[in-house]
Design a protein around this ligand. Structure first.
Ligand code: PLP
Length: 383
């Protein structure tokens, strides 16, 4: 028997119909922002309870634009988690504001809502909660705190499209319509456009201003003239990308259902193996979309050696993410080891195992067996 194919930690599922739709856009003569983008925005809006949605070329651009629409800039503080993709914090710096990190709840690995109030200052203007791995932050508690302290909320839902909170999809409003929700469609996300993003708008902002911030601040007039009255970015999505998104959206429910099945299978296998020191992720099959399956390695495991050994066995393992306040850029701002011990511990031990809709049940068995064997060797080689 030949060696099984390499199993990456994720892989997009793009059907032939979508590939044909992309080819049709390429043949149409209109390849950048146009009718496909508008159709994609409309379809996303339906998913989000009819709220206004604008498509962007990344989930970073959506977060930055949401901060600008909320009027956040120099002198303002924005609360977020240190255990996220660095984009979440970088955008706060990008608009000239100050990120204030709050350590995570070890049970959910999301921002610890019990610690938010202690992090508030008179300058705190907003909070960016992140649904890590697709597990939603408790929306009732989040908005109770936000309302109590007049904070703007920008949900970083880059990983949680398809997830829900108490039966309502992430993207619908949990904050009385004053909240923003940001999605990413990067290649690794549950729904992809290769690169892309979408912003669900708060109902007190002008969608036309959002569109100007998306494209150079340009306002066009019927006589062919134009004006620029705000500084906008170059953040528009192409129709090529939107055609991929439209094709993906048809499968979103099936993708989420399959991801939940694969996650359940991981728990079954790991429960049977009962590996000492391996901490499994929170078991949530109602809300979470299982964007990633992330056990924490036993403390002291050499993660680099573990990843290399898994690769030798044909299995891709990712790391999402080291605690971001320990990156050089953030250390230069004064953050240091020990500031957020829970995020640091998780960030050192976390691994992302393969989980994507096209995975076979047998792949899970193979990953778990390889992981058990690799950990057994690491401990017997006397670390
Ligand atoms: C992917 C991601 C982003 C950024 O999205 P891009 O489309 O890559 O710009 C932001 N936050 C989180 C939590 C993400 O996972």
């Amino acid at each position: 028997m030949s060696a099984p194919d390499f199993l990456p930690f994720t892989r997009p599922s793009i059907d032939e119909e979508t590939i044909d739709a992309v080819a049709a856009v390429l043949r149409s003569g209109w390849i950048t922002s146009g009718p496909k983008v508008r159709a994609f925005e409309e379809a996303l809006s339906q998913h989000c309870g009819g709220r206004p949605v604008r498509a962007f070329n990344s989930g970073t651009a959506t977060l930055e634009t949401a901060l600008r629409l909320a009027g956040i800039g120099r002198g303002d503080e924005v609360l977020t988690t240190p255990l996220t993709w660095v984009a979440t914090a970088n955008v706060i710096l990008e608009v000239g504001a100050t990120p204030v990190f709050v350590d995570v709840d070890p049970a959910t690995r999301n921002i610890d809502l019990d610690r938010v109030e202690a992090a508030l200052s008179p300058r705190t203007r907003a909070i960016i909660p992140v649904d890590l791995a697709g597990l939603p932050v408790d929306r009732e508690r989040l908005y109770a705190i936000a309302e109590g302290h007049k904070l703007r909320v920008i949900e970083d839902a880059a990983q949680s499209l398809g997830a829900s909170w108490r039966g309502r999809p992430i993207g619908s409003s949990f904050g009385g319509g004053r909240d923003f929700v940001s999605f990413s469609f990067h290649a690794n996300k549950n729904l992809t456009t290769a690169e892309g993003g979408a912003l669900v708008l708060a109902n007190d902002v002008d969608p036309a201003l959002c569109e100007r911030l998306r494209l150079q601040g340009v306002r066009r007039f019927p006589d062919g003239g134009m004006d620029v009255d705000v500084l906008g970015g170059k953040f528009n999505l192409t129709d090529i990308a939107a055609a991929i998104g439209l094709g993906q959206l048809k499968h979103l429910d099936a993708f989420t259902a399959r991801r939940r099945e694969v996650a359940r299978r991981y728990f079954e296998r790991f429960d049977a193996l009962a590996l000492p020191g391996l901490d499994l992720p929170p078991r949530d099959f109602a809300n979470c979309n299982w964007h990633m399956f992330q056990p924490l390695l036993p403390a002291g495991t050499d993660r680099g050696a573990f990843i290399a050994a898994m690769k030798e066995r044909g299995i891709g393992v990712g790391v999402h993410y080291p605690a971001l306040h320990l990156f050089s850029l953030y250390r230069r701002m004064g953050f240091k080891d020990g500031d957020f011990p829970r995020a640091e511990d998780i960030g050192r031990r976390t691994i992302t195992l393969p989980l994507f809709p096209a995975m076979a049940d047998d792949d899970v068995t193979r990953v778990c067996a390889a992981l058990a064997e690799t950990l057994a060797r690491a401990s017997s080689s006397g670390r």
